[in-house]
Design a protein around this ligand. Structure first.
Ligand SMILES: Cc1ncc(COP(=O)(O)O)c(C=O)c1O
Length: 489
């Protein structure tokens, strides 16, 4: 079979199939930008529902998904109609009533970064696949290392797709330190990771993925709010060692996903350093407090860690995902991945570092660009003001809750996470029913946490649009819904 242009043409294929038609781009981008502009406007002003969660069958029908997939043919005009429904049937993270999960209310410069990545797709895990993107990532990592207190030549890191993968990567480096041969031959004897019960589920996942098994995560003694009791760590370490186990890492929350409370990093760090234990700080959410002069004390001692993770797609306002794995000694990370691949790595002039040697991922997205653009546009101080503002608004919510006798709160917030419940909705099932009712109302989206063995509503203040008026409206809405849930029995 030949592939001359005329042969191709006979099959309906042209050599130029797939080349961008730039007038099509102009029309499509115009439609998309107008739709997104209205979306952000309606979201920020709170004039649209914060969340809609129709069943997938219903949504697939409304979006004509099967037809589009079968027949194709979408153009700028039909994209407009598609986007109208698509954007309406999701969750609006710029909405003042968005108080649920720890996902960023993305900022404008970072959104541009995603567009640029979508167009250029420089998959820069090899330097030659995106020199500018790799260089931007290295600069952003250097900035983060500096914030942690590790400026200098020996520290290093990488951006990966999310906090969970970042925890896996950091703990892989810990495994390489404890068992240098584990990459080739597996973990030679029982190894354990000591962590608070309130750690993110990705710590258990990492343990299972790294071949230690989920049960290798040994829970550290904690206070009733789930914070590690530092004085109790030596006894746990010694007990593990008596059993012949190797303590591969000690994990701290900064801050814990369910409560937003910080472990005492200084005490944990000192203890780990004295005993030569790998200290890992999961600062996925709370690391951004490092940008706020009045809050960074929450992270005192973070520089004593061997590894830190810090998500940009939480409080640094990039889209999902962009998480930093930071190592005090970059050689720990370089040693973690010991692989040869003669089709990728050979002795040529690379021009710059191949970040693939530091991550689980093969190709890598241009994750640094979106964080860089936020930093370049808003400045470190601007991002810091955002973090300070969200933490302060959460604290204000707690003050309003405390001032009312019909609400309970289990702790004073340290971050932008607040747990609470209304006394009319007693019992865990009623908390769940109350949350469902709020979501159905479309004005507020809250999450839910277990604290001290009971279920609470959890508000995570992420959106810059959440203000004093929102907080009062929230408490009124929760009170109303609690009464309705109680009356339903
Ligand atoms: C403390 C902590 N670590 C890790 C993660 C996991 O991050 P990701 O959702 O990006 O995988 C989270 C997510 O909320 C978290 O709060």
């Amino acid at each position: 079979m030949t592939h001359r242009p005329e042969d191709l043409a006979r099959t309906g294929v042209t050599a130029a199939d797939g080349v961008w038609e730039l007038s099509e781009w102009d029309r499509a981008i115009d439609v998309t930008v107008r739709r997104l502009r209205a979306y952000v406007d309606d979201s920020q002003r709170g004039t649209a529902r914060v969340i809609s969660r129709q069943p997938p069958e219903e949504l697939a029908r409304r979006l004509s998904l099967a037809t589009w997939i079968r027949e194709g043919g979408m153009d700028a005009r039909s994209l407009d109609g598609f986007l109208a429904t698509y954007l309406d049937e999701g969750t609006r993270l710029h909405h003042p009533g968005y108080l649920a999960h720890q996902c960023a209310s993305p900022d404008l410069p970072a959104a541009l970064g995603d567009l640029i990545h979508g167009v250029t797709n420089n998959a820069m895990s090899l330097y030659e696949m995106g020199a500018a993107a790799a260089t931007v990532e290295l600069a952003v990592i250097d900035w983060m290392l500096d914030k942690v207190g590790w400026a200098g030549r020996s520290a290093g890191g990488v951006l990966v797709n999310g906090g969970s993968l970042a925890n896996v990567t950091a703990l892989l480096a810990a495994r390489a330190r404890a068992f240098p041969e584990a990459w080739n031959t597996g973990v030679p004897r029982r190894a354990v990771i000591l962590a608070p019960a309130a750690c993110h589920l990705s710590i258990q996942r990492a343990s299972a993925i790294l071949g230690l098994g989920r049960d290798a995560v040994v829970v550290l003694p904690c206070d009733p709010l789930g914070r590690v009791v530092v004085s109790a760590i030596p006894e746990v370490v010694e007990s593990q060692e008596r059993q012949g186990h190797t303590v591969m890492a000690v994990v701290a929350n900064a801050c814990a996903p369910a409560t937003g409370l910080y472990d005492e990093l200084l005490g944990m760090g000192r203890l780990c350093n004295q005993r030569g234990l790998w200290f890992h700080v999961d600062a996925a959410h709370g690391g951004s407090a490092l940008l706020v002069p009045t809050l960074k004390r929450l992270l005192t001692g973070i520089d004593l860690a061997d590894s830190v993770i810090w998500d940009a797609h939480k409080m640094l306002r990039t889209s999902t995902l962009a998480a930093a794995v930071l190592l005090k000694n970059k050689t720990d990370l370089d040693r973690a991945f010991r692989q040869e691949a003669d089709y990728l790595f050979f002795d040529d002039d690379r021009g710059g570092p191949d970040l693939m040697t530091r991550t689980v991922e093969g190709a890598k997205a241009q994750l640094g660009l979106k964080l860089f653009l936020n930093l370049a546009w808003r400045g470190e101080a601007g991002l810091g003001r955002y973090v300070a503002g969200r933490y302060a608004t959460a604290h204000r919510l707690w003050e309003l809750l405390r001032a009312r006798t019909d609400f309970e709160t289990p702790f004073e917030p340290q971050s932008n996470v607040v747990c609470f419940r209304h006394r009319d909705a007693q019992g865990d099932p009623r908390q769940v029913a109350l949350r469902d009712r709020l979501i159905a109302g479309g004005r507020f989206h809250l999450a839910s946490s277990m604290v001290g063995g009971t279920r609470w509503l959890r508000a995570t203040v992420m959106a810059p649009a959440t203000d004093e008026q929102t907080l009062h409206a929230l408490l009124d809405a929760v009170k109303l819904a609690a009464g309705q849930v109680r009356d339903e029995g």
